[in-house]
Design a protein. Structure first.
Length: 284
């Protein structure tokens, strides 16, 4: 984010009065540019919405989205503490309503952009690979562990081949010691990326397994080892990256797996549901 802020500061003396207002707002509130819509930002600094687009073009961007992306990338790179400070700033300036509105607006934008940029053919290939694999391992550590657990819990109704390493304190690489070229590894990771996940997929790839990644950006270290990947936008006004797009991608993947499966998979889902009802472990 430093580069775009420096650029704006250098251009400021040469800008028209209205563009200067927009530039000063961006300099003083970079998190607002990163997280809010062009209209919302324009309203906050009391200018017309097209003025924000003119500012973006004035400093060398073809679109406002490209301009905004520079601020988003800078925000993603900030520490958790910096993001927490940004939350407190928003609260003090605009109140709790603004904090929540900003969070939900960003979440909706994440899902929208992930869907817009989704490579459907890639998702179809991944679904096909997982239907045919002997074993599908799901890897997620740190905050991604419970996301992996959610994928396993809902996915195993359709795919009994799903496995999630739960070996206590054993490293992931040890839980994958029997992996082969008949298996897939679906790795989940957002920045900052856990080394245990990276080392595990590196080892799995050396054993011939097919590596699939759901991650947040093209610079993700997972992509060095992944044969297939889906990017999920994780921009957030929260102090931690947003996972809503990851969850949406997971749901889309499971939907494709089931939609293109044979009757045996549908039968298995019905059997699992029947067992759940009979066990009375769930309140339906």
């Amino acid at each position: 984010m430093t580069e775009i802020l420096d650029h704006l500061a250098q251009e400021l003396p040469r800008l028209s009065p209205k563009l200067a207002v927009a530039a000063r707002y961006a300099l003083d509130h970079p998190e607002e540019i990163a997280l809010n819509s062009m209209r919302s930002v324009a309203t906050s600094c009391h200018i017309a919405t097209p003025t924000m687009l003119r500012l973006a073009r004035q400093v060398g961007f073809d679109s406002y989205d490209e301009f905004k992306a520079q601020f988003q990338q800078g925000l993603v790179k900030q520490s958790f503490g910096s993001r927490a400070s940004a939350l407190r700033h928003t609260h003090k300036a605009r109140g709790d309503d603004a904090v929540i509105e900003q969070l939900f607006d960003t979440a909706l934008e994440n899902i929208s952009n992930t869907a817009k940029n989704l490579d459907l053919s890639e998702l179809q290939k991944i679904a096909k690979l997982m239907r045919r694999a002997q074993t599908n391992y799901i890897l997620g550590s740190g905050s991604m562990y419970w996301v992996a657990a959610l994928l396993h819990s809902t996915g195993c109704m359709a795919l009994p081949s799903l496995r999630i390493p739960t070996a206590g304190n054993a490293p992931f690489v040890e839980t994958l010691c029997d992996i082969s070229n008949k298996d897939t590894v679906l790795a989940l990771a957002l920045s900052p990326y856990t080394r245990s996940t990276i080392e595990a997929i590196k080892m799995a790839k050396s054993r011939g397994a097919t590596i699939i990644a759901i991650t947040d950006k093209r610079s993700s270290p997972l992509l060095e080892f992944a044969s297939h990947y889906i990017l999920a936008q994780a921009t957030s006004s929260h102090y931690y990256p947003s996972i809503v797009s990851v969850l949406a991608v997971i749901e889309a993947l499971l939907a494709l797996i089931v939609a293109n499966a044979d009757r045996d998979m549908t039968k298995h889902i019905k059997e699992v549901e029947k067992l759940r009802r009979e066990s009375e472990a769930y309140q339906f």
